[in-house]
Design a protein around this ligand. Structure first.
Ligand SMILES: NC(=O)c1ccc[n+]([C@@H]2O[C@H](COP(=O)([O-])OP(=O)(O)OC[C@H]3O[C@@H](n4cnc5c(N)ncnc54)[C@H](O)[C@@H]3O)[C@@H](O)[C@H]2O)c1
Length: 456
């Protein structure tokens, strides 16, 4: 491939995946040029400002803007000229019918097609339906010709799928400590190139090449959707059990602990609560259901997973109404906007769904989130019924109850005896089972978790 040494990397789309990926490769010693089509976002990053909350990214951005190992542009042609390996990290949002909208990937492929003049490796990192990478390759070469330019018949591109498994809020931690690096390719000659790309990481974490799973393009694409569908299944499964526990006064936390002690099941993703949200799990689950349908398969197992999750907000609010009665005109404290802790991402946050429902019922809301308030304001029309508060205790002042909707760890460190005194009625509806009921009871609170039986 390139005679240049070291390799140069282009990362297209500097969002939650692209920016940490770009900076991760800069930290590994590669020269990285990041391309962001949104000029405002690109300018922010140029100014060493991170457009979202992600641990460690600001420090690496500063470090590698100064070291010269990372630069930003909106100019695709310039980046394609400079880089040997091009990472596609653009969004693949959900369409109205639930399928994945791959138009950003296709548009980027067209832009790359117009810019590529010499051989490049194009890596699809975005999560996309099986066979998307083949379509991307067709666009890149301007016709079906196995990576060769139709007119010149020169090999100009290879397409590789390296799906991203990072967790938002821990993107860099996951970049530097991957559990596996899945590489889908149809040209085996690329294996050593990909291994060399990650070699500095393997050396840094003293990891052998067995971390790689080399496979075909389709298996790599399916592996990513399967992983997210399985995680979603675990969450909906335990939430279904939580509904039973709530009915019969059993404790879902104990049940989850018992099954989690079996290594065949494991403890992760077995926390009952108001369900999963965010940009990835819901959309990837819906997309996978559509992929099943398109292939004439029965994916009703996953449809049930989606249904259980869609019912969570209803189930939670029914519990609130059961104890508080008619909610209209009452004041509730809302703790948490982000779809999970350590991020300011409110996309498809269950908290936002709860807030919308309560605003429609004319409930006054006093809202706290340590990071996500600005992002919430940017993405939502904010009702006059909502007051944003600087601290959890300020949000609780005069409230009929506290609703915990994001399990920020700092919420369990509050002084609940003090909180109890400032509220109209000291009641907590812990939608994430994040607090210790015994601490709350001792402080004088009425505590309601999800499926906790007599403990709640
Ligand atoms: N967010 C996650 O935690 C996560 C984890 C694993 C995989 N993924 C997948 O990674 C992909 C990206 O997700 P994200 O959360 O980073 O999305 P994002 O919306 O945060 O970022 C995408 C960025 O791409 C930019 N963009 C769009 N078209 C472009 C183009 N032609 N050239 C340059 N920039 C362009 C957008 O302006 C945006 O800034 C998606 O497929 C997602 O499913 C996301």
């Amino acid at each position: 491939m390139s005679e240049k040494n070291p390799l140069s990397i282009g990362v297209f789309g500097l969002g939650h995946v692209g920016l940490p990926t770009a900076l991760g490769f800069s930290e590994l010693g590669w020269n990285v040029i990041g391309v962001e089509s949104d000029p405002k976002k690109a300018q922010l990053i140029k100014n060493e400002d991170v457009p979202f909350n992600e641990i460690g990214v600001a420090a690496l951005l500063k470090k590698h803007s100064n070291s010269g190992k990372f630069s930003v542009t909106t100019d695709t042609k310039l980046a394609v000229k400079q880089a040997d390996i091009l990472f596609m990290c653009v969004g693949t949002p959900k369409r109205a019918d639930g399928s994945a909208d791959t138009s950003q990937l296709e548009q980027l492929a067209r832009e790359l097609h117009d810019s590529i003049a010499s051989y490049k490796i194009v890596i699809q990192k975005s999560t996309a339906p099986v066979n998307t990478s083949r379509k991307i390759k067709d666009i890149l070469v301007g016709g079906k010709n196995d990576g060769h330019d139709v007119k010149s018949n020169r090999k100009i591109v290879d397409v590789v799928v390296i799906p991203e498994f990072l967790r938002e809020g821990r993107a860099l931690e996951d970049f530097f400590n991957p559990k596996r690096i899945v590489v889908g390719l149809d040209n085996p000659e690329l294996r050593p190139v990909i291994i060399d790309l990650y070699r500095p990481l393997l050396e840094k974490i003293k990891q052998g090449e067995d971390i790689f799973v080399f496979t075909d393009l389709s298996s790599a694409e399916i592996a990513k959707h399967t992983a997210n569908a399985f995680l979603a299944t675990k969450i909906s499964f335990i939430n279904m059990i939580a509904d039973l526990c709530a009915k019969v006064e059993a404790n879902v936390e104990t049940v989850a602990k018992v099954i989690g002690m079996d290594p065949r099941i494991g403890t992760e993703f077995l926390r009952a609560g108001i369900g999963f949200g965010g940009e990835c799990l819901p959309k990837d689950l819906s997309a996978f259901i559509q992929i099943g349908k398109n292939n004439g398969l029965d994916f009703s197992l996953l449809e049930a997973v989606e249904k259980v999750n869609n019912d969570r907000v209803n189930a939670y609010l029914s519990q609130v109404v059961r104890y508080l009665g008619e909610l209209g005109g009452k004041t509730l404290a809302v703790w948490g906007l982000a779809f999970k802790p350590n991020t300011d991402d409110v996309r498809n946050s269950q908290s936002v769904a709860v807030i919308q429902r309560l605003v429609n019922q004319k409930v006054r809301l006093q809202v706290h989130d340590p990071y996500a308030v600005e992002e919430f304001k940017r993405r939502n029309q904010v009702s006059d019924l909502i007051t944003f508060c600087e601290s959890p205790i300020e949000a609780a002042h005069g409230a009929h109850a506290i609703l915990i909707l994001t399990d920020w760890p700092q919420y369990s460190e509050e002084d609940f005896s003090k909180l109890c005194k400032v509220m109209k009625t000291p009641i907590i509806f812990d939608g994430r089972n994040t607090l210790d009921p015994s601490v709350l009871h001792a402080a004088g609170f009425q505590y309601h978790g999800i499926g906790l039986g007599n403990n709640a």
